[in-house]
Design a protein around this ligand. Structure first.
Ligand code: GLN
Length: 490
């Protein structure tokens, strides 16, 4: 199995520029690899015609020394919940299995403007509800680090498992996922790649099929922190088509990773609540080792408390299902997507379309969400959850933003991303999607609730030979610090 170390995006661009290799050759290899590694089930569909056309254009730009984009000729993949013009966008569901959007998501548009070459659309849990990429109508994605891909294989994590796999397998240099409660960081940790969840509103959600509007963000997968930054710089910034984007123009982050970060100016917090039930010894050991390493190298490392952490997963679940209940109402079989063959009444058309188009996970979340939103329950669940969500955000504010002279203030928090290494598929599916989310999202969803940026970086392999990742979080819009510390650890 191929898990090769490849060039960074900058090195690749250097080789393109001096003519050592052409975008067309690299893209050909990517497409070949995607086919050869089909058994990983990373892709829902490849887009060879589009990719070869884009690669030829890139060849032309390099040959004629025309203006180049920062990602010119770089093969990338996009999760199948981002709209791609004239290319099916299925959300891994029957409901959208034939949906061909008439427009591109802003993220896709910006990647194309930066010269990136789209290899294909990647596998995911249906409508991004899950943490394993096991609930897809196209079948599960398999973790490339598994020793046995036939009987005893490990999950890729989710819900953006296809994107993580495409990067981990070396098919693409970077990939786009989405992150509502951890869907970029979880598979990044399980597959041994970098996964960034940016500040809410830093990257446009226009054309990202919504799951939970108040928490969804596009996520970035890459093999190293520098590549992740190159992609972030290409796609971040305000968008008139998404009113939730941060209006302030995005100042591209310029950091040289060769320049050593002086850790003596960095304060790192270890939130004690993340030392939780179910945390494996190996992950705990890895977490403590990296904390010690940072301290030994001059950083101020100390324990902090985020007291509302244990409530977070319940609140996330309530808010998630409430927003899902309203978001899924758009799938009625009239405007787009699957339509049941029934003509007796509109109500029956809606009901049958949804019965046929959604899996049990989606249906359960719609029902539960509507229950929480019933007039008699609204205050008891939805409003209360919003209040606790604010407390969770305030926990983060307290550790990141209290006055400068307070010695408890920190620049970044260091935590596990997941509680263990990647579970075996058979073990994972023996528990329900809901039970799995409660475990899988424990460390990741608080960042979505607070809208702050977070990144998962691969650290080492477990005894079973599977990657273990750790998570860093910082205050809103402090991606620079986050990436600097991540780059140092990497
Ligand atoms: N596992 C979480 C859920 O199912 C996260 C999903 C996501 O981030 N898209 O809600």
């Amino acid at each position: 199995m191929k898990r090769h170390l490849q060039l960074s995006i900058k090195q690749l661009s250097g080789f393109y520029a001096d003519g050592s290799i052409s975008p067309r050759t690299v893209v050909d290899h990517s497409l070949d690899d995607a086919i050869k590694l089909k058994r990983l089930n990373a892709f829902i569909r490849l887009s060879p015609e589009k990719a070869l056309h884009q690669a030829k254009e890139s060849d032309h730009r390099y040959e004629n020394k025309e203006q180049l984009g920062v990602l010119d000729g770089v093969p990338i993949a996009i999760k199948d919940n981002f709209c791609t013009k004239e290319l099916t966008t299925t959300c891994a569901s029957r409901m959208l299995s034939n949906f061909v959007p008439p427009f591109n998501a802003t993220v896709c548009e910006r990647l194309a403007n930066a010269g990136a070459v789209l290899i294909g659309k990647t596998n995911m849990d249906q409508f991004a509800m899950g943490s394993g990429t096991v609930d897809s109508i196209f079948g599960p994605s398999k973790n490339i680090w598994s020793n046995d891909l036939v009987d005893k294989w490990h999950i890729a994590g989710g819900s953006s498992g296809g994107s993580a796999t495409a990067v981990a397998a070396g098919i693409c240099y970077a990939a786009i996922g989405s992150d509502t409660g951890g869907s970029t960081r979880n598979p990044a940790a399980y597959c041994g790649v970098v996964g960034l969840k940016p500040t809410y509103g830093l990257i446009s959600r226009h054309g990202l099929i919504p799951l939970v509007n108040s928490m969804d963000v596009p996520g970035i997968f890459a093999r190293n922190v520098g590549d992740c930054l190159d992609v972030l710089n290409a796609i971040a910034g305000p968008d008139d088509r998404d009113s939730t984007t941060i209006r302030k123009p995005f100042r591209k982050i310029d950091m040289s990773f060769n320049e050593e970060l002086d850790l003596r100016n960095v304060r790192i917090g270890i939130p004690k609540e993340y030392h939780c039930e179910g945390l494996s010894n190996e992950v705990l050991e890895t977490w403590m080792k990296v904390a010690d390493l940072l301290e030994d190298s001059g950083a101020h490392v100390h324990q902090v408390s985020l007291p509302n952490t244990s409530a977070s997963i319940f609140v996330y679940s309530i808010l998630n299902q409430c927003e899902v209940a309203s978001n899924m109402a758009r799938y009625d079989g009239i405007e787009y997507g699957h339509r049941a063959e029934i003509e007796s009444s509109t109500e029956e058309l809606y009901a049958n379309t949804r019965a046929e188009g959604f899996n049990t996970v989606v249906k359960t979340r719609i029902l539960t969400g509507n229950y929480f939103l019933l007039r008699k329950n609204y205050h008891k669940y939805f409003e209360k959850a919003l209040r606790v969500r604010r407390l969770i955000s305030e926990d983060f504010k307290r550790v990141f933003e209290t006055p400068k002279n307070d010695e408890n203030i920190v620049d970044v928090l260091l935590t596990p991303t997941t509680l263990t290494d990647a579970p075996l598929y058979n073990d994972f599916v023996s528990q329900s999607n809901r039970d799995q989310c409660a475990v899988q999202d424990f460390c990741t969803q608080p960042a979505n609730m607070a809208g702050i940026p977070a990144i998962s970086i691969p650290i080492r392999l477990s005894k079973r030979g599977l990657p273990i990742g750790l998570q860093l979080m910082s205050k809103s819009l402090n991606e620079e610090m986050l990436l600097r510390v991540a780059g140092w650890i990497e």
